[in-house]
Design a protein around this ligand. Structure first.
Ligand code: DAH
Length: 340
């Protein structure tokens, strides 16, 4: 029996492990109730008395040495977490991952970009801080003209004006100054207006602007493009109608309504019992605007349109209060899980 214990002592000195699980397995093997050492203690009871002293001493030594050694191994393992032999199983399943959700404004913006990119449009962006030229003058808003009051502007400086852009139409100018037709682009972005915050209005919101300039671009092209867009976004049954309107940078100008996607045109509170809801402004780019950007209005024509993303999102998802978009209430945001 002495020999056997000596052998085990040796074995224990030479132990090495490569994982925390292995330390545990060794502990069970040597030190558990049914482990090797307990078995030896059982055997110890049966040996002749004269051997008991020597064997007992060695057996106790084995037990305490095994305890120490395993403790050492365990500790070396815990400390050397980033060394070789790390117990890190990257294939192990995790707990349930909590997925976030994309913001509904982002979902709809991406969808709008997707639809227009299939029609050959590419995306451009412009700055949120603008000067008077890009936000107003180049877009044919005459100085001191009441048209400027259509949009309550946040001025950073008055003279010369630096302001937060009130619409993404400013990007039309930036793009047309930079390149000659053919131009087929959309401009998504954030815009700012000095508006009282309510269920229908906010001082910060998002727009997507579109611009198409080439030879022979007609109002029919505008109408057909917007019709395709409306059906893609709101469904095949969607009808559109254009009403005459006024914007300084388009002539003629229009506003587009879609058949109410809630009641299908029968009349409900969303469409105020008219069967139609307004979704965007549009028109043929005013020749003066083309000229302001050094594009020859004798050669080229174009159309433009602009829409509020929050407004479109409210219609698409039947959201009744625009403030929800900015309050970051997870109960609201969670409802868009899974949408991209
Ligand atoms: N910029 C306009 C607004 O914010 C929307 C708009 C109307 C854009 C007509 C256009 C357009 O490009 O042609 O109210």
């Amino acid at each position: 029996m002495l020999e056997k214990i000596e052998q085990l002592l040796q074995e224990i000195e030479n132990l090495s492990v490569s994982s925390g699980d292995e330390v545990e397995r060794l502990r069970l093997r040597y030190l558990s109730k049914k482990g090797v050492i307990s078995t030896l203690f059982e055997e110890f009871k049966t040996i002749p008395n004269e051997q008991k002293r020597a064997v007992g001493q060695l057996l106790n030594k084995l037990k305490s040495r095994a305890g120490q050694k395993l403790e050492e191994l365990k500790r070396s393992f815990e400390e050397g977490g980033d060394e070789e032999g790390v117990d890190l199983d990257l294939t192990r399943p995790t707990g349930q991952l909590r997925l976030g959700a994309r913001h509904p404004v982002s979902i709809v913006r991406n969808e709008i970009i997707g639809i227009f990119s299939r029609l050959g449009y590419t995306v451009a962006e412009g700055p949120e801080i603008e000067n008077d030229w890009y936000n107003f003058s180049a877009l044919n808003f005459p100085a001191e003209h009441p048209a400027r009051d259509m949009q309550d502007t946040y001025f950073i400086r008055q003279d010369p004006a630096i302001l937060l852009r009130t619409h993404t139409s400013s990007v039309q100018i930036r793009v047309m100054e930079e390149m000659q037709p053919p131009i087929r682009k959309i401009f998504p972005g954030r815009v700012f207006r000095n508006e009282a915050i309510s269920a229908r209005a906010h001082c910060i919101f998002h727009q997507v602007e579109g611009l198409y300039v080439d030879t022979n671009v007609s109002f029919a092209d505008l109408k057909q493009s917007l019709f395709i867009f409306a059906r893609e976004l709101f469904g095949e049954q969607t009808r559109i109608r254009l009403r005459p309107s006024f914007f300084p940078f388009t002539e003629p100008s229009g506003e587009m309504d879609i058949s109410c996607n809630i009641c299908g045109g029968k009349g409900c509170t969303i469409c105020k019992y008219t069967g139609w809801v307004e979704i965007l402004g549009c028109g043929m780019v005013d020749p003066q605007v083309l000229a302001n950007c050094h594009i020859d209005p004798e050669t080229y024509t174009g159309f433009a349109f602009g829409m509020g993303i929050e407004r479109v999102t409210m219609l698409k998802y039947q959201i009744r209060d625009l403030r929800l978009f900015f309050e970051n209430d997870v109960r609201f945001l969670k409802q868009f899980q899974g949408a991209i």
